[in-house]
Design a protein around this ligand. Structure first.
Ligand SMILES: *[C@@H]1O[C@H](CO)[C@@H](O)[C@H](O)[C@H]1NC(C)=O
Ligand SMILES: *[C@@H]1O[C@H](CO)[C@@H](O)[C@H](O)[C@H]1NC(C)=O
Length: 369
């Protein structure tokens, strides 16, 4: 029986998909396994309220097939400033505090990038400079000066529409010590006269009275946080050693002569499998995609193992032994040998939209192992 051949993601998905035919315990076990594969502690709770709109920046990343601008990151979240009473202490546009609440980021995730993007204010004409500081310790009025750490210094030129500053140093600190997240200080100064505060419009930090939610959403500063979770980190560290091994194996395969044999219908190959998240009952928290092509591997691994069956040396030997003595060992298994990631937008526990790239979700190639 081929069912003895191992599979992970696809088996869990198939089990959940075929849910109608499963008893409750099996279905629950399949769902648990799948959630753990996705790195989620539990199924995000079903919300009665309509889901929040997907932030435009996340939609752009998703449409770019999850290509994240931070090396090693597999997750992206977006944040806006959380308004509070403290905002009143910063009445001027040239000096403003931004606070981003990262408390929803799970503890196993490491910050790999944090870009703070500002919209240039209309009418910005002179050359200015934006200074971004991490507020390491807030000052107390008339008692102590705040402790600030400069994160980035960005020149502002008259014609630009967007200004990006790097806040990774602060994001890293906030994830490690959330109780010491005092926000970021944004200062804008005139370029020609270093110490003077900006006098003319520069970037948008503050909402205007006439702006509605939708308008302000499109204009306000946005922090994009890119993280790597523990599962992705382990896979990356494993992959770095596997890549070396694969390279050597490919070199060895290159030296072998090519077998030409007639393709039988039941030979090991990739077969179509579409996973529909609505059928699984997950469409309420997976925002996109609606489903995806997972594929699966099935078929025979006959002797002699042809090169295109992507066999390892071990699989070749096992197939050889099986051809001589079928009782001694089974044939090699038809399994995924190359997998590719997919991107998903989902809602987390605090109802934020998160973009995550999941490794090894889609079969690219099958082989006998
Ligand atoms: C941050 O968000 C969490 C969850 O939404 C909330 O419980 C917490 O009070 C917030 N912290 C601050 C300082 O606003
Ligand atoms: C072997 O792997 C390659 C690359 O991953 C793939 O294109 C090919 O289809 C695989 N062979 C089979 C039988 O799936």
């Amino acid at each position: 029986m081929r069912g003895a051949c191992a599979c992970a993601v696809v088996c869990a998905l198939v089990a959940v998909c075929a849910g109608a035919g499963l008893d409750e315990a099996t279905r629950a076990a399949a769902e648990r396994q799948l959630l753990s594969l996705l790195g989620l502690p539990r199924r995000p709770t079903r919300r009665l309220a309509p889901p929040p709109p997907v932030p435009r920046a996340l939609r752009v990343l998703y449409d770019a097939r999850g290509a994240l601008p931070a090396a090693a990151a597999n997750t992206a979240r977006s944040y806006h400033h959380a308004p509070s009473e403290l905002d009143k202490r910063f009445p001027g546009d040239h000096r403003f505090r931004l606070y981003f609440n990262l408390s929803g980021v799970p503890a196993d995730e490491l910050a790999r990038g944090a870009d703070l993007t500002f919209q240039r204010a209309p009418g910005a004409a002179s050359d200015q400079r934006l200074l971004l500081y991490d507020i390491v310790r807030p000052g107390r009025r008339g008692k102590t000066e705040p402790i600030l750490r400069l994160l980035d210094s960005v020149p502002l030129r008259p014609a630009e529409g967007l200004v990006k500053a790097d806040a990774l140093g602060a994001a890293r600190r906030w994830l490690m010590e959330p109780e010491h997240n005092h926000g970021l200080l944004v200062r804008v100064i005139e370029e020609d006269d270093k110490s003077s505060n900006a006098k003319v419009p520069h970037v948008r930090v503050r909402r205007r009275a006439e702006e509605n939610d939708e308008e302000w959403n499109a204009l306000q500063p946005i922090l994009l946080l890119y993280t790597e979770d523990a599962r992705a980190r382990e896979a990356r560290e494993r992959g770095e050693t596997r890549l070396l091994r694969n390279k050597r194996a490919a070199q060895r395969r290159g030296h072998r002569s090519h077998h030409h044999r007639k393709e039988a219908r039941e030979i090991c190959q990739r077969r179509p499998l579409y996973v529909d998240f609505a059928e699984v009952g997950w469409s309420d928290w997976i925002v996109a995609p609606h489903g995806y092509d997972a594929y699966y591997c099935q078929g025979d691994c006959p002797f002699p193992l042809a090169d295109h069956l992507n066999g390892t040396n071990h699989a070749i030997v096992q197939t050889l032994v099986n051809s001589v003595n079928p009782a001694a060992v089974p044939k090699a298994c038809c399994v995924p040998t190359q997998l590719s990631p997919i991107s998903m937008l989902y809602m987390d526990e605090v109802n934020n939209v998160v973009l995550k790239n999941y490794q090894d979700m889609m079969v690219v190639g099958c082989g006998c192992r």
